[in-house]
Structures are given as C-alpha cells and as structure tokens.
Ligand binder design. Structure first.
Ligand SMILES: [Fe+2]
Ligand SMILES: [Fe+2]
Length: 165
C-alpha cells in the first residue's frame, strides 16, 4: 500500500473524500459565479467550473461508478444519465465566450443540474459505500493515477504541446 507521502494529497483510502472536495470546489465556484456582478469574475469562475466538471465527470465515469455499481446499479445508471446532460451543457459552454446572456442562461442551467446531482450523490450513494464491502483503497489508487494523468494531459493542452481530443 502507498504511504501517505507517496499518496500525495489524494486520500487513496477514502476516495469519496476526494469527490466531496471536488463538489465543495464546484459549489464555491458556482456561488462566486451566481453572486458576482463582475463580468470578469463570472467568466473566470465559469471557466473554472467547466474545467473542474470535465475532470470530475471523467474520474467518476471511468473509475468510480464502475467500482460502486454493485451497490445500486439503477442509481448509478441514473447518475450516468445526469452526467450526459451535464456533459452536453459543458461541451456547449466550452465553445462559447461566457460573456453574453445566452451563455449566462446555460451556465445557470448547468449549475442547477450539477447542484442537484452532487447533492444526490452525497445523500443517496456516498453514505452507502461504507459497509458495502467494496474495498475503496484500490479504487482510490486508480482514481489518484487517473487524475494525475488528466492533470498532466490538461497541462500539455494548456501549453500547446498537444491538442485536445
Ligand atoms: Fe457525478
Ligand atoms: Fe460527483
């Protein structure tokens, strides 16, 4: 098993904590977006929301959901459908300039959908993981390396060394 040092800041033995940390970050960014009158602040918060959701959704869809599907398959399918709607909105918003009323309407729609979704994950799924018998440490290790790869790829996209998709 990885030591705390090797694990870095990702809580490999409690990966749900990492997901809640992402949720908290998205909630804080959403508050910032919704409560600011500054176009500049909204644009920055909006961009950060899209980046955070892109990363978080890939992590859940690729590693976390398959690992916990045995707890409640229909709930996980429901969450995957939520993601589809969120992913579509994220993809649309990624192609927009985030400084007009149309993008504002879509961003608010996205925030409403995401807020309901993460609340459901926290209320209906996360509490059931403990005691389910699923060993979360291997899942946490996979999530940690998946996230590290995504961050690395994202950095390469940002500095222009590779193109997205
Ligand atoms: Fe999710
Ligand atoms: Fe989530």
């Amino acid at each position: 098993m990885a030591s705390d040092k090797a694990a870095g800041t990702f809580p490999v033995d409690q990966p749900v904590k990492a997901l809640i940390r992402d949720h908290d970050m998205v909630r804080a960014l959403a508050d910032k977006y919704l409560n600011s009158d500054s176009q500049e602040v909204k644009k920055q918060a909006g961009t950060q929301i899209l980046q955070a959701l892109h990363m978080h959704s890939r992590l859940e869809e690729s590693i976390f959901y398959p690992a916990v599907r045995c707890i409640d398959a229909s709930l996980i399918s429901h969450f995957e459908q939520d993601h589809q709607k969120v992913d579509d909105l994220v993809a649309t918003l990624e192609g927009m300039s985030l400084d007009d009323s149309h993008s504002d309407t879509l961003m608010r729609e996205l925030i409403t959908a995401v807020s309901a979704h993460i609340q459901e994950e926290e209320n209906d799924l996360f509490p059931r993981i403990e005691g389910s018998g699923v060993d979360m440490t291997p899942v946490g290790l996979q999530m940690q390396s998946f996230e590290a790869n995504l961050v690395h790829t994202q950095a390469q996209i940002s500095d222009g060394s590779i193109r997205r998709r």
